[in-house]
Design a protein around this ligand. Structure first.
Ligand code: SF4
Length: 103
């Protein structure tokens, strides 16, 4: 399942967002054009500005967790989709090692 952020047409998160942590988001209330440009770059475009916003966001952990669980596209929790794929893979490996410890 691939999840496009809530309210992508009005900004990363709509002002009437239902998720409590989103109400604290640094990116909350950004306009649609700015959100798309920063958090949904096309291939090869920089995500530095989005990451800078995420780095000062008080809910970065909640955001990253949500994106990992929901297969979000774009920059969430200061990470790109590629970084989140790697995180999910590493977490699966770590979980397997807990079940079957390496001697
Ligand atoms: S971590 Fe980034 S994408 Fe997530 S809510 Fe905060 S500013 Fe928005």
């Amino acid at each position: 399942m691939r999840v496009v952020p809530l309210g992508v047409d009005v900004g990363l998160f709509p002002l009437e967002s239902e998720l409590a942590w989103q109400r604290e988001a640094e990116c909350r209330g950004l306009g649609a054009t700015e959100s798309r440009a920063l958090f949904f770059p096309t291939r090869g475009e920089s995500v530095d500005e989005a990451r800078a916003i995420c780095e000062r966001c008080p809910v970065i952990d909640e955001c990253l967790d949500f994106a990992l669980k929901n297969g979000c596209v774009g920059v969430w929790g200061g990470t790109t989709e590629r970084q989140r794929r790697r995180l999910r893979r590493d977490r699966r490996i770590n979980a397997r090692e807990l079940v079957h410890p390496i001697a």
